[in-house]
Ligand binder design. Structure first.
Ligand code: 3PG
Length: 219
């Protein structure tokens, strides 16, 4: 049996070059598929569905079934049972706001890559001790933004970050220009009012400007 694909190189392998990851909190399951398609037309294939709403698991499954080009994972996973349930719903990766050895174990059991969250040097040391060197910096803006990435990279040059939290269209490009950053995450390209209004074109346009180009991931 191959070793579990839970390392950070595992997350990069599954994201397959995706460097902008929308963090979606879906209240209305009927919005899931059109949002995923709009993001895809804007060049974004990797999606994180937060487990913060009752609709999350259904949304994850609906996108997985109906938008097969999308690479859908579960976010806000804070205990191992959620990780197991997300795996059953078809999640391809797991993201946590913090670092949990128990969630890491559940991801290994499910052969899913895990992106743990960190905000301090102590948390980075705990993650590195279990072999994780690709980490979500959360909440990125609130813990210091670009300056925090640079300061935390000094003692941990092997770590690459996915800053998430308070990121917007402008700061995302600044983060992505840093060699210590492998991706950025956030909800800015999926404004709740655009979802409520069914304004999929606006979401497509925000996704396109987030990825910095005209490329379409899928139609
Ligand atoms: C997350 O869980 O990653 C955050 O809620 C995303 O933060 P944002 O809404 O500030 O982008």
């Amino acid at each position: 049996m191959p070793p579990p694909d839970h390392s950070i190189s595992g997350i990069e392998r599954v994201w397959n070059g995706g460097r902008v990851v929308p963090v979606l909190t879906i209240a209305d399951p009927s919005a899931a598929i059109p949002v995923a398609r709009a993001l895809g037309r804007g060049g974004i294939r990797v999606l994180e569905i937060t487990l913060r709403t009752p609709a999350a698991a259904d949304a994850l499954r609906a996108i997985t079934d109906s938008v097969p080009e999308a690479i859908v994972g579960a976010g806000t996973v804070v205990d191992p049972r959620q990780a197991a349930r997300a795996a059953e719903a078809g999640a391809r990766f797991i993201v946590s706001p913090g670092f949990s050895a128990d969630v890491a174990g559940a991801c290994a059991d499910a052969s899913l890559p895990y992106l743990p969250g960190v905000a301090t040097a102590t948390e980075i040391m705990a993650a590195l001790a279990l072999g994780f060197d690709r980490l979500k910096l959360f909440p990125a803006a609130q813990v210091g933004g670009i300056a925090a990435v640079r300061a935390l990279s000094a003692p941990f040059p092997e770590v690459r970050f996915c800053p998430t939290g308070g990121v917007d269209g402008r700061s995302s490009l600044e983060y992505l220009a840093l060699p210590q950053v492998f991706a950025v995450g956030g909800s800015w390209m999926v404004p709740p009012d655009a979802v409520a209004a069914g304004d999929w074109q606006r979401i497509e346009a925000l996704a396109r400007s987030a990825t910095g180009g005209p490329e379409t991931a899928f139609a």
